[in-house]
Design a protein around this ligand. Sequence first.
Ligand SMILES: NC(=O)c1ccc[n+]([C@@H]2O[C@H](COP(=O)([O-])OP(=O)(O)OC[C@H]3O[C@@H](n4cnc5c(N)ncnc54)[C@H](OP(=O)(O)O)[C@@H]3O)[C@@H](O)[C@H]2O)c1
Length: 330
Amino acid sequence: MRTIRASIIGFGAVGQGVAEVLLQKDEYLRNIGLDIKVVAIADSKGAATDPNGVDLSKVLTRKRTEGIVGSEKLTGLEVITDTDHELVIETTPTDIETGGVGLPNMLAAFEHGRDVVTSNKGPLALKYRQLSEIAKENGSIFKFEATVGGAMPIINLTRDVLAGNDIISIEGILNGTCNYILTRMMEEQAPYEQMLAESQELGIAETDPTYDVEGIDAACKLVILANSIFNMDVTYKDVDVKGITKITPESLMLAQDDGYVIKQIGEVKNDLIRVGPRLVPVGHPLAVGGTLNVASVQTDLAGAVTITGHGAGSIETASAIISDIISIYR
Ligand SMILES: NC(=O)c1ccc[n+]([C@@H]2O[C@H](COP(=O)([O-])OP(=O)(O)OC[C@H]3O[C@@H](n4cnc5c(N)ncnc54)[C@H](OP(=O)(O)O)[C@@H]3O)[C@@H](O)[C@H]2O)c1
């Protein structure tokens, strides 16, 4: 049995999802020889630490009832630097302007020789090259499947499962909020504003939906794919971005009459990286509806391989994180 001591930095939807999955999959993990012991959990208000492993059920209950993980006055960064452990699970909020707390957290983790598994796009969308170089210099492993497409395993698919193939292009729907709004606009023949309001009521769109509907969130995910799979060195400012706010129900109906749907498609290949509304034939693998994400990978040997899945959700995103953890230590 291999014991891996881990910290969870950020204990919101995703961090709590990871804790729940670790509880639920304890037996499964032990059966494959892994004992993942969470020795510290931090949120924005403090931390809970225990070198013998914190009680995940208790911390989940405390977070849900009292709004805190613990009473120790430690920051996430202090937890990373001062607690003995091998793995940092970084799930703090995405900040694509500065990298947020995630950037110093990840840098500190690598400087202390720890591995990092994250769902936080911000640091990768800004500083992928720097982060991956520091990880390498310190012998740390850096995995980030959850940053692109939530549960949809696009990064590990292209890097591991399709190993041996040249990746020619990746295109797909990388933002479930845009997909939901466009799908509902077509179903209801309703204007953008009405379906945005509906998706906000359902908790699918944020109160400030700008990053999603203007294509910036999808652009960040494309940047992560471009840097990690196509070995580019770009940030989201290098992406040609168009949002969905100008799409009308009339244009969706005209497209439908000709056998098409309008989808917000991100695309990355050689020297092209762009996201914007595109016509997709009805029945095409990329024409998925609702909040689903989809990605089609064009390869030299395998041809096109398309996957679809849930791009967000607490447990769905935790799925990608657990899969990354297992792939590091199994
Ligand atoms: N939710 C999804 O479906 C999803 C899917 C894919 C990727 N992601 C990404 O995953 C990350 C987490 O998402 P989420 O939905 O879990 O966000 P969330 O619910 O807002 O949770 C963020 C957590 O980070 C904590 N935090 C904020 N500042 C901190 C600091 N300085 N030190 C330590 N902890 C801090 C917050 O503390 P408090 O609890 O004290 O406020 C909260 O626990 C984000 O980067 C997001 O973009 C999310």
